[in-house]
Structure formats: structure tokens, C-alpha cells
Design a binder for this molecule. Structure first.
Ligand code: SF4
Length: 66
């Protein structure tokens, strides 16, 4: 799998409307993350749509990154 830089994983997730954290999706709620949803760091690889790097939104965004 291609490795992405932290700034890319964060930068795209920060702008993304579809982000949902994997832990939240499991039903535990954002309290388990010990931070409010507004404050914790969003990263694409913590998102339910990440799917091992095959998220279409991510791939579209990363193709415009460079
Ligand atoms: S993995 Fe996909 S849906 Fe999730 S935040 Fe990144 S671009 Fe958005």
C-alpha cells in the first residue's frame, strides 16, 4: 500500500464532509476519544470510509494534492 504523509491524511480529512471516526461508528461515541469531535485530530486513516486507502473521495483529493 502506498504510504501517505501525515499532513495529507490530516489535510484531506479536515476538509472532508464525510468524515466519521471508526470508534464513533462502533457506537462508543466520541467521549471514548477523550476529546470533543471538534477538537480531536481528524485523519483519513481513522475514518470509516478509509477502507485501507481506497476511499474515492480521498483518492480524488490526493490526485490534486501535488
Ligand atoms: S477517508 Fe474518505 S471519507 Fe473519510 S475523511 Fe478521508 S476522504 Fe473523507
Amino acid at each position: 500500500m502506498e504510504q501517505y504523509r501525515e499532513e495529507q491524511l490530516r489535510g484531506i480529512a479536515r476538509e472532508c464532509q464525510e468524515f466519521e471516526h471508526v470508534i464513533n461508528a462502533m457506537g462508543y461515541g466520541y467521549s471514548l476519544l477523550n476529546v470533543s469531535p471538534e477538537n480531536y485530530v481528524r485523519r483519513c486513516n481513522d475514518c470509516i470510509h478509509w477502507a485501507g486507502g481506497s476511499c474515492k473521495i480521498f483518492l480524488d483529493e490526493i490526485s490534486q494534492w501535488r
